[in-house]
Design a protein around this ligand. Structure first.
Ligand SMILES: Nc1nc2c(ncn2[C@@H]2O[C@H](COP(=O)(O)OP(=O)(O)OP(=O)(O)O)[C@@H](O)[C@H]2O)c(=O)[nH]1
Ligand SMILES: [Mg+2]
Length: 357
């Protein structure tokens, strides 16, 4: 199962209670107070992890709780501090507050957000508190409570046998919406059956399913492409788009947010028009869908990949496509036969070098 958006409830651990206790020793009739402090409650922490590719672990456990600290004990012993609860999330996870029950509003310093990184989407109005973009990056979602004080702290010249102590602080809690926006260098955009997954299999070790029916790919898949010994880039394959995708037709729009953070777009068309389609219309329609989804995405550098060059009619259609889009670089390939792939990789390196970060 692939989960890329989920609401969770986080509850950090409470601090342990301080202890009331007095020293009891032989030959020391009135031992002073020796109640220790409570331990700290555990934090709830999100950690970006490159081996986690979606949020499905939270689907089964949408309530995230950290343990409470231990109570203080006699002989000035501190209660045990609870371990932090660490939840692994995919790189590209964005965190939004999602409830009015939060015990504190997120502090400005919490925000790891770079406004440029947060391109677009349905959540423009809601301000995220974190954007986990690097492997191993952590975000303290909710802080555990501090431990209470034991009676050892309350001794004074007037009160030598204090019975005072404090409770531990409550752990913070609150609702959050976690949303994954895949981070990749390039995004493949095309109609169903254009051959996006076939291409990704050819140029990377990723193994998306390929089949001769539409909507074979049901969720985004990232492939790592080795351009040279020193240079590797990531490419995201998303489900096919159809006309009206921005309105939610087909698998639609749901998945367009996964290309909002790609630096360049690669539009894949079936240039042979093998399913009775017209590659020129396909490309125009795909551009339009992207623009309707978010006009800012239209400004991002884009290139076209004319796939299925091995089929009849492809050469002719390619010429027509080039006439229609004279300013756009169009790369002819046959993903199935592996033709034009090396040339495509070379161009990919160049396209990414010139694209803005
Ligand atoms: N002749 C020919 N067929 C191809 C080529 N590339 C892909 N195909 C075929 O086209 C069909 C669809 O390929 P996929 O890679 O699954 O297409 P997709 O764009 O990922 O499709 P969705 O996941 O449904 O959006 C499969 O039957 C492929 O074998 C090509 O270069 N030439
Ligand atoms: Mg596919």
């Amino acid at each position: 199962m692939f989960v890329d958006r989920i609401k969770v409830y986080a509850q950090a651990g409470n601090g342990g209670r301080g202890c009331v206790s007095f020293r009891r020793e032989k030959f020391v009739p009135k031992g002073g107070p020796d109640g220790g402090d409570g331990g700290r409650g555990g934090d709830v922490i999100l950690r970006a992890d490159r081996h986690t590719d979606n949020l499905s672990n939270l689907f089964y456990e949408p309530i995230i709780k950290a343990k409470s600290g231990g109570h203080g004990m006699g002989k000035k012993m501190h209660g045990r501090s609870a371990p932090n609860k660490i939840v692994k999330v995919p790189i590209g996870t964005i965190v939004y507050p999602a409830g009015d029950d939060q015990r504190r509003t997120p502090k400005a310093k919490d925000s790891t957000l770079n406004s440029e990184q947060l391109a677009t989407g349905n959540w423009q109005s809601s301000i995220p508190v974190a954007d986990l973009t690097r492997d191993g990056q952590e975000f303290v979602l909710r802080e555990g409570g501090a431990g209470g004080k034991g009676n050892v702290h309350f001794k004074s010249s007037r009160n030598r046998a204090p019975r005072e102590y404090t409770e531990g602080d409550e752990g913070e809690s609150g609702h959050f919406l976690l949303e994954l926006r895949t981070i990749a260098d390039a995004g493949l955009i095309g109609y169903p059956n254009a051959g996006k997954s076939t291409l990704l299999r050819k140029i990377s070790a990723a193994r998306p399913k390929v089949a001769a029916y539409p909507f074979t790919t049901l969720h985004p898949i990232i492939g790592v492409v080795e351009l040279s010994e020193y240079r590797r880039v990531t490419i995201a394959d998303i489900p096919g788009l159809i006309e009206g995708a921005h309105r939610g037709l087909g698998l639609g729009h749901e998945f367009l947010r996964h290309i909002t953070r790609c630096r360049i777009f690669l539009f894949v068309v079936d240039v042979a028009g093998s399913e009775g389609r017209n590659p020129i219309e396909d490309l125009q329609q795909l551009r339009k869908e992207l623009d309707l989804y978010d006009p800012r995405l239209s400004e991002r550098p884009w290139f076209a990949i004319a796939n299925k060059m091995d089929l009849p009619g492809a050469e002719e259609n390619l010429r027509a496509l080039r006439r229609k889009f004279p300013k756009i670089e169009i790369e002819p390939i046959s993903a199935a036969k592996g033709e034009g792939i090396e040339e495509l990789k070379k161009n990919l390196a160049r396209w990414l070098e010139t694209a803005p970060e």
